[in-house]
Write a new protein. Sequence first.
Length: 450
Amino acid sequence: MTDNRKEHLKKVLKPVHLWAIAVGLVISGEYFGWNLGWGVAGTIGFLIATLVVTIMYVTFIFSYTELTTAIPHAGGAFAYAYRAMGPIAGLIAGYATLIDFLFATPAIAFALGSYLHFLYPPVSVLQSAIVFNLLFMAINVWGVKESATFSVFITLLAVAELLLFMGIISPHFKMGNYLSHPMPFGVSGIFAALPFAVWFYLAIEGVAMVAEEVQEPKRNIPKGYLYGIGTLMFLALGVMILTGGITDWRKLSNLDYPLPEAISIVLGKSNGLTKIFASIGLFGLIASFHGTILASSRQVYAMARSTYLPSFLASVNHRFKTPHWAILAGGLISFIALYTGTTAQIIILSVMGAVLMYMLSMISLFVLRKKEPDLERPFASPFYPYFPAIALVLSGLCLVAIIYYNWLLSLIFLGGLGVAVLIFMLMGKHRVKIMDDVLLEKAAVLAETE
């Protein structure tokens, strides 16, 4: 532990970087994955699920920002749950967050491979996914400022392309298409579609994991979150509704590349613009792929620094000031998932980790309001206690729905959590006090901002 503290993460990120990271982490959700929700709910059923999830995320982000600015720690929910409820809660929150980000990465890698396969059929989906993994692990090792600057560039391109996409297909929108087979599975389909609606916004909370690398975190983190969620709400609803009205939506409900296919329906597959659009579409996927590697590595780093994971994972590269071993460990998990799972399965596991983490974060907020009323809160959750309560209830609803419709994946997720808790307790980690370390690290972060 002593050697790891000789090197610190650099504080170089500004609001524009945070907006880019927030939107970039999530924007692939507008490019693929969400359309799988149509297959279990229909267009109107999925729209209802998306509106419920949008309410959940708006209330969650306004509440989560209170925690992020009060405790600017790279561990995110892990640090909040530990401080509020102790070591076991910290472990569960850390496990959930790791699953959230570590499995989002291979899901996006699959989509990247599928987009390339759409453009060049001889290219293997799996091989492309592995190459992208290796390339962006290297970029993230290179340096956080360089990778964050890349995020700004690539995210701006991704947002521009989605606006272009909506502009091209909107003249071809027909309400009759959108309302065809609106809820083929009834109310139950809405619940089954919740994890795919979460995919529209999943990972925006990853901004918390670069909190220690932000200049003036108390002022800049809220800006990054709030601008980010506003951008994503507009893009998610626009892309989903317009795409559902250009053809029989069932043609798009099981693809990993729904937007290029939608453009090809409107313009024709032989049209040069179709190929150009699919090529540019890679930018949106790359933005999220890059961001999830960044966020997951900081979670691994934070948990290792607190001795919840092997300590070598907390090493910071002397030259680049990045947690290189944490980045490599995340890449290994991604490779395993690519070889063993499907896109839908990986998305569901990632979402399951996310909603459990959301629940623990909201519970931590309530506990800390009672336990530490004098804690400095530069950004207080508006409409407290209603916003965090709504986020908690809707997150719980999503988790129940995921477990009900995906019991085998849920057993894998919960089994992994059970093994982690058992090992944790057998090693006596639940008796180790790390909160003093967390407080010292926070004090160091704040001192560097002054």
